[in-house]
Design a protein around this ligand. Structure first.
Ligand code: NDP
Length: 498
């Protein structure tokens, strides 16, 4: 049976790219062809922007409550389509079923939360001096652009789409070429929910062509990207040329900081969860495990035992705990970093190689990997690997833990593990990062702001701040005095200084 073909999603229709070109999406588990997808370029982006411009005014003019109702409908439809979407996400990116099912089950929450914001958001009446009424109204930006990665194809897209819709914008999406199918299908969900054609458009394609055309498009009012830090800088430079608003969720090198009052089993469960979910391919991966020296050796022993016991395999299987990496290219990057780590003198305590056996022959598999004897300045402890590799490092005191945790160019996330309340908050306040968990990792909620300090990004997803960042303020100042105000009157009666 030939692989299915997916066209672009523009103005509510599936269309081939104007060039007629398409590209293949392969399954990282076995290399099978999942689908052929239309390959859009600058001309297709331009057409999608035009379609969005046609749709934007009516969507913007619709009362927020009505937009909110349609977003709630989208949440319900999405929930019903979960099984198909889960299967497709697994086929595109190879993440285990237990992870994809858990992650996608939460997507409706974003449409409900931001739908509720669309319905309830209140504008402000600033205290303007004198006999004036001042009020502000948040109005949409117009047409916005979303450039998204492959590691959480629908979750990351939803984090951008839901506030954009709530605020009344129309949008053009350029998904990763590795995972464009579910973003295309979201178009069908929104259409069925009553989101007008042209409000949500998807142009699959490659970063340097379709992505760059979107980022540089002069009629796009905001670009919101999730990707690597070099990609974010390149897109930000293009957006800056048009004074386009810019928001970016970029790379990370999260620290998991374990103080000595934490039980060994709890510390190890935390580290496994932080480091190996999504085969380590998350921006908030616990890439650096900082353990108090007094429990370091016990934690390492148990971590190595549990890491070696993780069930690596076919992501479709409910029992699989670790799937393949997304592509051969991503695995080559991870393998290169393992070589670098060994060259730097770190000790390979677990993994560090491909698994053996017939089931792994054609997939992009790599074993969960633990490095010990790593030091904070090593490249494996500084650079984002984006794979299942964790560097374990001991620390003596709180200050040293904070210094190591803050000692990279990144500042996205960290977790602090301790029962000492004062210490937990003290450390959280000293960490240079946008998201800190205390006694947890990876948790996310549509209401809770998400984004990075330093080279991990600009702006925030989630929460009211994300909604507001998809609006602009219209400020209306009303003179409540009916008397004529004549600045130029000869008697000087109109003179005033405010
Ligand atoms: P990339 O940076 O390679 O790509 C992200 C998106 O940008 C893709 O759609 C890509 O297109 C596009 N792109 C690439 N180059 C350009 C360009 N010059 N102009 C316009 N668009 C471009 O990231 P990955 O997809 O490999 O995802 C992994 C990265 O994402 C990691 O560094 C990770 O840390 C980061 N990330 C950050 C998150 C956060 O919340 N902070 C969450 C998840 C991931 P294409 O690839 O199709 O060519």
């Amino acid at each position: 049976m030939p692989a299915p073909y997916f066209g672009m999603f523009v103005a509510g229709e599936r269309r081939p790219a104007h060039s007629g070109r398409s590209f293949a999406v392969h399954n990282p588990h076995d290399g099978a062809l999942v689908a052929e997808v239309a390959e859009g370029d600058a001309a297709d982006i331009d057409m999608a922007v035009y379609a969005a411009e046609q749709a934007a005014p009516a969507w913007a003019a619709m009362p927020g409550a009505e937009r909110g109702d349609r977003m709630h409908r989208a949440a319900e439809i999405l929930a019903k389509q979960m099984p198909e979407l889960v299967d497709l996400e697994i086929a595109q990116i190879g993440r285990p079923r237990r992870e994809m099912a858990a992650q996608l089950a939460r997507l409706p929450e974003w449409f409900r939360y931001f739908g509720a914001v669309a319905r309830t958001h209140e504008d402000a009446v600033p205290p303007f001096g004198g006999n004036f009424l001042d009020y502000t109204r948040r109005v949409p930006l117009g047409v916005v652009g979303h450039i998204t990665p492959w590691n959480h194809p629908l979750l990351i897209l939803t984090k951008k789409v839901a506030p954009s819709l709530a605020a009344g914008n129309a949008m053009v999406v350029k998904p990763s070429e590795l995972a464009p199918i579910t973003p295309l299908l979201l178009g069908d969900v929104l259409r069925e929910a009553g989101v007008p054609d042209g409000v949500y458009n998807v142009v699959p394609g490659f970063g340097p062509t379709a992505g760059a055309a979107l980022a540089a498009h002069p009629r796009i009012r905001k670009i919101d990207v999730t990707g690597g830090t070099p990609t974010g800088k390149a897109i930000g430079a293009l957006a800056g040329g048009n004074l386009t608003r810019f928001s970016a969720e970029l790379g990370g090198k999260a620290a998991v900081i374990v103080f000595p009052d934490v039980a060994i089993e709890r510390a190890v469960a935390a580290a496994l969860f932080a480091s190996f979910i999504a085969t380590g391919q998350t921006c908030i991966q616990g890439a650096r495990l900082l353990v108090h020296r007094s429990i370091h050796d016990d934690v390492v022993r148990e971590l190595v035992r549990r890491t070696n016991a993780l069930r690596v395999g076919d992501p479709r299987d409910e029992r699989t705990q670790v799937g393949p990496l997304v592509s051969a290219r991503q695995r080559a990057i991870v393998e290169r970093y393992v070589e670098i780590g060994l060259g730097e003198g770190a000790t390979l305590a677990a993994g560090g190689r491909r698994p053996e056996g017939a089931g792994f022959d054609r997939g992009c598999y790599f074993l969960p990997t633990v490095f010990t004897n790593a030091t904070p300045s090593m490249r494996i402890a500084q650079e984002e690997i984006f794979g299942p590799v964790v560097c374990v490092m001991p620390f003596e005191g709180e200050d040293e833990a904070i210094r190591i945790a803050n000692g990279t160019q990144y500042g996205l996330a960290a977790s602090v593990w301790t029962h000492d309340l004062a210490r937990a908050h003290r450390v959280a306040h000293a960490l240079e990062c946008g998201v800190t968990w205390i006694n947890d990792h990876h948790r996310i909620d549509p209401a809770s702001p998400w984004g990075g300090f330093k080279m991990s990004g600009i702006g925030r997803e989630n929460g009211l701040v994300a909604y507001e960042a998809y609006t602009q303020i219209r400020n209306v100042i009303v003179n409540l005095d009916d008397a004529t105000f004549d600045w130029y009157a000869d008697d000087g009666a109109g003179l005033r200084y405010s």
